[in-house]
Each structure stands twice: as C-alpha cells, then as structure tokens.
Write a protein that binds this ligand. Sequence first.
Ligand SMILES: Cc1cc2nc3c(=O)[nH]c(=O)nc-3n(C[C@H](O)[C@H](O)[C@H](O)COP(=O)(O)OP(=O)(O)OC[C@H]3O[C@@H](n4cnc5c(N)ncnc54)[C@H](O)[C@@H]3O)c2cc1C
Ligand code: SF4
Length: 508
Amino acid sequence: MSGGIVDLSASPPPERLSVEVCIVGSGCGGATAAWELARAGRDVLVLEEGADFTGSALTQRDAEMYDQLYMDRGARSTSDLGVSVMQGRVLGGGGVINASDVVPIPDEVLRHWEVGHGLSDFAPEKLAPFRSAALLDLSANLPGEERLNENNRLLRKGARALGWKGEVMMHNRVGCAGVGSCLIGCPLDAKRSPRFVAVPNAVEAGARFFLRARAVRIDSALAEEKTVQVRVLDGKGYREVGAFEVKAKQVVLAANAIASPQLLLRSGIGNQQVGRNLMLQPQLPVTGIYKKEVRFFRGIPQSYAVTEHELPATERRGWWGFRLESISGTPGIVGSLLPAIGPAGKELMTRYANFAALLCLLPDEPVGRVRLERSGRLRIDYALTDEIRARFRLAARAAARCFFASGADQVLVPAAPPLYLRSEADLPELDGLSLEPATVPLMSAHQQGSVRFAPSERDGGASPDGQVYGTRGVYVFDSSGFPSSASSHTMTPIITVSRYLTQRLLGG
Ligand SMILES: Cc1cc2nc3c(=O)[nH]c(=O)nc-3n(C[C@H](O)[C@H](O)[C@H](O)COP(=O)(O)OP(=O)(O)OC[C@H]3O[C@@H](n4cnc5c(N)ncnc54)[C@H](O)[C@@H]3O)c2cc1C
Ligand code: SF4
C-alpha cells in the first residue's frame, strides 16, 4: 500500500476497505501511532473528520477558522454551559490550533500513576525514553528573551515583584515571526505540530489518511476482524454525504478524550467505566487593563507561567494547586469572552490594545462524564466542586495581585456581573465570585481521563496497554487513558504515551 492524504469530500470513497490497523483521529495520539506502526511495516489507515489547513488557508479570520478548525465549530460546551470544551478538528488535531507550549509529564505524576493507580507499566523509568522522543518530534526549544512579548513580561514582572516563582515554557515553534494568531492556526507553518512531523513521516512510511471521514461506530469488537462504520462529510464538514466500511484487525482510538469515549458509547462496547472520570482542567481568564498599550495580540501568546502555587504530584495525590499563564486572543474570541455587549462591549473593545491577559489553570478531580443522550447526541456533564471553586477564587486573587504588582490600572474578571478591581483593596470582592454555571467563561483545553487506564476492569475503561476492556484489539491511545492530569499541558504527554503504547502493541 502506498501512503497518502485523501480528502474524501473531493474524491469518491471506497465502498469497503480492509487494513491491519484503523486509527481514528490524526492528532498527537493518532498521527504518532500511525507513524510508528507504518514504520514497522503495518498497513495503516487514519480516519480524520477535519480537513487539511496549512499556510495561507489559515486565514487568521476568527469566524471561519473556529468554524473549520474546532470541534462543534468552537461552540462545544458542558451540558450546563459552564465550561467551553475546546478541541481541534483538522488534520494534525489540536496541535494545529494550540498555544504550542511544551510541558512534559513530570516524573512525580508518573510515580503517582504507578503507586496511586497501580499502573506499574507507567513507571518514570519506562516512559523516560518516549518523553525524550516526544521532545525531539516537537523540536522543543526555549523561546529567547527577545521572543517574550509585553504581556508575558508583565506577568513575569508582577511575579518577581511579589517574590513568586515562575518559568518560561518550552515551545515547538521554529521560524516563528510572532504574528500571534496561534490559536486559529499559524499561517507561517511555524509550529512543529503533528501536522508537520508525524503526519508526513507516517505518509512517507506508507500510512494513508482519509480526511472528512467520520468514524461513527465500531462493530464486532470481539472478533478477529472489526468493522468501522464511516461517514463521508461534505467539503465544509457540516453534513454526512456518504458512507463506507473499514475492516481492521486492530482499531486505535485517538480522537480526543471526548470523542474516543463517545465512539465507544455509540458502538455499545466497553464497560461501565467508559465516559466516566472525565477531567477538564478548567481555565479562568483574567484581564489586566493598563494605561499604556500592551498589544497582547502580537507575538507568542503564552510563554510565561507563574508556578508559585503549584503542588507537585505525590505518590498518593496528582499534580495540584494552580498555575497562572499569560494568554492572548484574536478580536473575535476576546469580544465573545468579555462581559459586555452593545455600546458597553464596544467601549471595552476600544481598550483591546491596553489589555493583558492570563489564564488560571487548575488540575481537577475526575468528576465529569461523557454520555450519550437518548437521541444519540453527545452530552458532557461536569460540575465544579466546592473545592475547585475555592481554588479558583485563590487563583483569581493571585492573578489580580500579579497584574497590580506590574502596574495595571484595573483588573477585570469577566464574570456576570463583571468584577472590576481598582487596587489590592478590592481583592475581597473576589470572595463573592460564585462561579455558577455560565457566569464566568471557563474554558477547557486539556480533557483527560474518560476511558482511564487501570489494572482492573473495576477501576477503569482500558487496561494498562490501552486495550479497551471487553474488546479484542480496540485500543485508546490518547489522554482518555490518563488517570490524573498528566501535566499543565497535554500535547507532549499524549505524544509520549501514544508512542509508548504503540511500541507495546508492536511487541517492543
Ligand atoms: C486552544 C487550545 C490550546 C492548547 N494549548 C496547548 C499547549 O500550548 N500545549 C499543549 O501541550 N497542549 C495544548 N492544548 C492541548 C492539546 O493540543 C491537546 O491535548 C492535543 O492536541 C490532543 O491530542 P489528541 O491526539 O488526543 O486529540 P486531537 O489533537 O484533538 O486530535 C483528535 C482528532 O480526531 C478527530 N476526530 C474526532 N472524532 C472523530 C471521529 N469520530 N472520526 C474521525 N475523526 C475524529 C478530530 O477531528 C481531531 O482532529 C491546547 C488545546 C486547545 C484546544
Ligand atoms: S506567533 Fe505567529 S508565527 Fe509564531 S507560531 Fe504563532 S501564529 Fe505562527
């Protein structure tokens, strides 16, 4: 079989196809597995419901890019509208639209998985070579001092004034010109994401990628040969316009921690744990408004993190506390997150160039669940615990202090009603932040845990080698398997774990 990338919305799909391994999803998990399997001589087909966007096709226009590059056109959220669930839907997956921060799985987290969750297969010594390989894939490098934009410098200035620890994060950009639209794709192709590493390498090794191909069901999960039912989508990815079947000896799900359990549930396979234990690692944006221009929308959006309040994982408890990271946004997303519309919203947006922004990022308990409604529609249930609300208030207070310590004129927490703080004396107002659903724009970019790896069927949805319990040869190679937050960012951990599990599948 020769490799290639075929957009099925433009070419007639085959009626039936037989391969050794069918992979669902072309992101960090799927593309990495495809590369390793094809390199080992396996006949591999990857199904991807997104299309291919690179270079000038990444137009930097909010509306068309969220529409084309994100799951549910950027509008996916939890059932109570409390958390916006952001995920890529494009060849290369989330790596195409993410903030490019490279944060590996710490040894402490792996030790926690080993001791706290009985996953001796994930001991740090076993994963270490795969973590190094992931860093190589990503061309991981530290941005030089000259690459830190004013937004990131202000966060660092505030942290230093308060005597707090922080760090510049590694990233996977090479040849970045600081255009700043990373979250709707890099028009200069400067991200060394799976789109430009694992995908072309997999194709070179013989793997095929079918685009606008949505896997909707897996049949005969216990048989030697499984059948994946696939729908062909139209060019924009809005409608299903055709169907075909793929026969495969092995099926690898790497569709993300929402779509992988969704497909298992749709197929009626797996145990009672499938869909449970979802973590969203929610993030709260906080804005500093300065008298001077910050122009946070130019340059690398997210390169500095305040790590002062993080609690490293222990054997018994996962990574905890909170972390503050700079962030920026294109006008569309910023306008939609601000707590004002009409003339008040317009007035606020006139100060866009004076904003600085950060995210309060919190590891969470596995309290969420991916379900299917009676109609078959996806439902994501997630309720903030009292503990996480309290931690968010602490994080918002720390964020506000950092902004004031670097000279902010005001701090805005985009809640309904909005909270404007004018000095440290206003900090107690944050104690009243209710965090009721849809009163603050919480976001999730790092979903994990919904088919978690566990040594026993009682505790998880997949065995430690990634095989879904109750199936023969259906695997999960994405963050669905993580029993606790792998890290403050998930791209590097997913590449690490996917390559590790693929080698195990190959018998290495
Ligand atoms: C806005 C944003 C910023 C982020 N920033 C960072 C960061 O700076 N650093 C970091 O480490 N992580 C970051 N992340 C997280 C990281 O990008 C993701 O965790 C990672 O991309 C997930 O990899 P994956 O392979 O599991 O899934 P994805 O990359 O989501 O890939 C899954 C693919 O499967 C496809 N798919 C889903 N269902 C089906 C189906 N039924 N049939 C066919 N195809 C299907 C999807 O279209 C998608 O392309 C960010 C995420 C977002 C959304
Ligand atoms: S800052 Fe601009 S050039 Fe650099 S990666 Fe982001 S979008 Fe690409």
